[in-house]
Design a protein around this ligand. Structure first.
Ligand SMILES: [Zn+2]
Length: 163
């Protein structure tokens, strides 16, 4: 299992080549989005948010947002270290906090959750590539993390296999 520093170094080292490859494949803007998502995914939205990690500390005063996540999800479980499901759950978790913040800020004149949701859906319908680039970058960083951990399969898989 790699240390937090090894995860960070690999993420930083591979962010630029990953972004360049995606720029060649999907164009400059979407390649940059994927590269930034890869870096963000490795440094801030890491599977290790399920434990007191360097990624968690990077959230600074906002790291408390991840306290329920850490308490509910065991370290290296399917729900944090599972391919696809880990990223999907962390994104859903973050979007839930954002939705709650929007609802709290609405009385101050901020856009409503409904209007933001409609705008996002319309943007997705008109131009889904940036969103797909974002997802590819985030998931690729999760895969890098899982590979560096030495075992891309979550602990549940091994417990189930040895029954
Ligand atoms: Zn890990």
């Amino acid at each position: 299992m790699a240390s937090g520093k090894e995860h960070d170094n690999a993420t930083c080292f591979l962010s630029l080549p990953f972004s360049l490859c995606l720029c060649l494949l999907v164009g400059l803007a979407n390649g940059l989005i994927a590269g930034l998502a890869f870096a963000f995914g490795g440094l801030w939205l890491s599977p290790d948010l399920d434990t007191y990690s360097k990624a968690l500390k990077r959230w600074g005063p906002l790291k408390g947002l991840w306290w329920p996540y850490r308490k509910l999800i065991p370290h290296r479980s399917l729900f944090s270290h599972g391919p696809l499901i880990g990223t999907a759950l962390r994104l859903t978790y973050l979007i839930s906090w954002t939705a709650l913040l929007l609802m709290l800020l609405q009385p101050l004149g901020f856009p409503t959750l409904l209007s933001v949701t409609k705008a996002c859906k319309e943007q997705l319908r008109l131009n889904p590539q940036p969103f797909l680039s974002l997802l590819i970058g985030l998931e690729a960083s999760a895969w890098l993390h899982l590979i560096l951990d030495g075992d891309p399969l979550p602990a549940e898989w091994h417990r189930w296999r040895h029954r």
